[in-house]
Design a binder for this molecule. Sequence first.
Ligand SMILES: Cc1cc2nc3c(=O)[nH]c(=O)nc-3n(C[C@H](O)[C@H](O)[C@H](O)COP(=O)(O)O)c2cc1C
Length: 185
Amino acid sequence: MKVLVMHGSKRKNGNTGLLAGEFIRGAEEAGHQVERVELGDMKFGDCLGCMACWKNPGKCVQKDDMTAVLEKFGQADAIVFASPMYFFSWTSLMKRGIDRLYPYMTIAKDKTFYLIVAGGVPEEKLFDNMLQDFQKYVECFNMHGGVNNRNGGHILGKGTLAPGNVKESSAMQEAYEMGKNLGKN
Ligand SMILES: Cc1cc2nc3c(=O)[nH]c(=O)nc-3n(C[C@H](O)[C@H](O)[C@H](O)COP(=O)(O)O)c2cc1C
């Protein structure tokens, strides 16, 4: 399978990044082809809301660092959003990247989406907002022409505030196994 991991933290080696790394380790060991993009290193604009992409599916009028990501998105079977939880939601960086995937809304097919989140709070309940947003996000891809896109699951790095905290968490093993088992469920 082709896998695209979009990492949306400026802390490249922070908790989300570490979880994404474990997911990738598992996926590569299982023979999958993984591309990791660091949104924090990229220059790209906000979605303009011009809707031109609905007339020209898969293409955005803005030519910037998202152009290559869009191409990888189009080819990927599995997509991973790896974002820290900021104010109980995505980082603005992750959201900006997600909005720019709109050109695939009408044509995405058979893609499985995964969510990796790190957050400071230990209570699972407090991650609900992100999980609901994510589910809704995936559903959008089946509402306007896209077909058979689905939510493949999530990994929560709970109680992780300082970079590296997540190393003590069972989420590391869970992320590795999720990567290793890609395509089996
Ligand atoms: C601006 C900001 C907002 C945050 N908001 C929350 C929050 O609402 N809930 C929470 O549990 N943690 C919150 N955190 C803590 C981060 O989620 C936590 O440090 C996480 O490990 C960061 O992930 P990273 O290391 O991958 O960057 C916030 C951190 C920052 C900098």
